[in-house]
Design a protein around this ligand. Structure first.
Ligand code: AMP
Ligand code: GLY
Length: 417
């Protein structure tokens, strides 16, 4: 059978790599894909982005299943387009994807359904937003409303920072900011599969958002991840399912938008083990997908086929007991303006316990070069976080990629604990 993966990052490389392992899958098309998916025997890149054109392609190629990676095509309604044409696709509709595409929708939804999260207020008026900061003091969190790939958020520790963030975000007409209470604690990524009714949690993971070691510097899309996340103890896991995931899915169904697809709850877990929701994403995380899929032993194609049939209740997922740890190699300049066009070479051969997932790479005249901010995610499996980190770092250090930035402390919380 043929499968189509929409997207072109490290998450989509990992999805395509995993789907291609199924005995029932001959070809995985990746639209648009990247230099890594271009170089793999079972994967084929397709230069299409428009939802109707993707649906035409799926019809022409008799694609059995389409899986959507990033948020943008979901927010553009690609699932609605495919379903209207009777095509099988795994992902949320445009209406359900509002859990991610609109922070105001997500926060109002959580309030309606009693789902634990930070107190917040939404503003269109700059003067009112500034006054709110003056009343509440710092630390305080200022977020742009709309898709920002995790980068439209300022955790302000001074009032000046908060005011500057408001001015920047409300600088454009129709802009809106959400101002939130600061939550202390440790973050984790909790991602589940949903078929509209049933829910199946994936392995837990933890991302590293800041660009520099020691969680310093600006936020990024994610500089590395590992799975499982020990901060999600069995007790915390049960609370997340009971207090966050189940009420969210029930609420979406009750409001007429049953959620199908990957639902990602970004958690903040306080010192008492109480989880609260930082945000929802309506997709797999990146780089969380790379480490989660490295550990998944089940046939992802079969699982997602069942999910599109509303049959997740009959699925049990098998996981590798080892730790997976992925280190992102980003371009010079990231998370600002990345330097593109660097030669990427000396990639280690893939092994059972080591994979290099490509994100922003492209093949130009048969040569691999960088084409954006996050370029590679080097992912290793090992019996401990420390050994997985060493393995991944050794591979990173041998890769040729001028100006590359990476963190050498991915997994530090688990190593310390
Ligand atoms: P978001 O895009 O909403 O996930 O925010 C990006 C990052 O900002 C999160 O991963 C957290 O590290 C941080 N953050 C967001 N909201 C809060 C909050 N209310 N309290 C503390 N940290 C936050
Ligand atoms: N790594 C965080 C995200 O995918 O949103």
């Amino acid at each position: 059978m043929k499968v189509l993966v929409i997207g072109g990052g490290g998450r989509e490389h990992a999805l395509a790599w995993k789907l291609a392992q199924s005995e029932r899958v001959q070809t995985v098309f990746v639209a648009p894909g990247n230099g890594g998916t271009a170089g793999d025997a079972h994967l084929r890149n397709v230069p299409i982005a428009d939802p109707q054109a993707l649906a035409d392609f799926a019809v022409a190629e008799k694609v059995a299943l389409t899986v959507v990676g990033p948020e943008a095509p979901l927010a553009a309604g690609v699932v609605d387009v495919f379903r209207a044409r009777g095509l099988r696709i795994f992902g949320p509709t445009r209406a359900a994807a509002q859990l991610e595409s609109s922070k105001a929708f997500a926060k109002d939804f959580m309030q309606r359904h009693g789902i634990p999260t930070a107190l917040y207020m939404s503003f269109e008026d700059a003067a009112a937003a500034h006054a709110h900061v003056e009343r509440h003091g710092v630390p305080i969190v200022v977020k742009a409303d709309g898709l920002a790939a995790g980068k439209g958020v300022v955790v302000a520790t001074t009032a000046d920072e908060a005011h500057a963030a408001i001015d920047a975000m409300l600088g454009t007409p129709g802009g809106r900011v959400v101002i939130e209470e600061f939550m202390a604690g440790e973050e984790a990524s909790f991602i589940v599969l949903c078929d509209g009714t049933n829910v199946l949690p994936l392995a837990t993971s933890q991302d590293h958002k800041r660009i520099f070691d020691g969680d310093q510097g600006p936020n990024t899309g994610g500089m590395g991840a590992y799975s499982p996340a020990p901060v999600v103890t069995p007790n915390v896991h049960a609370k997340v399912m009971h207090e966050i995931v189940q009420p969210t899915l029930a609420g979406m169904a009750r409001e007429g938008h049953p959620f199908t697809g990957f639902l990602y709850a970004g958690l903040m877990i306080d010192a008492q083990g109480q989880p609260r929701t930082v945000e929802f994403n309506c997709r797999l995380g990146d780089p969380e997908a790379e480490v989660i899929l490295m550990r998944l032993k089940s046939d992802l194609f079969e699982v997602l086929m069942r999910a599109t049939e509303g049959q997740l209740a009959s699925v049990e997922l098998q996981w590798d007991r080892r730790v997976a740890l992925g280190i992102v190699m980003a371009a010079a300049g990231y998370p600002g303006t990345p330097r593109k066009g660097e030669v990427v070479g000396r990639l280690p051969a893939a092994r059972e316990d080591l994979q290099v997932f490509h994100a922003a790479t492209e093949l130009v005249d048969g040569r691999l070069q960088s084409s954006g901010g996050r370029v590679l995610c080097v992912t290793a499996l090992a019996d401990s976080v420390r050994v997985a980190q060493q393995k991944a770092l050794e591979a990173v250090q041998q890769i040729q990629f001028d100006g590359a930035q990476w963190r050498s402390d991915i997994g530090h919380r688990a190593i310390r604990a």
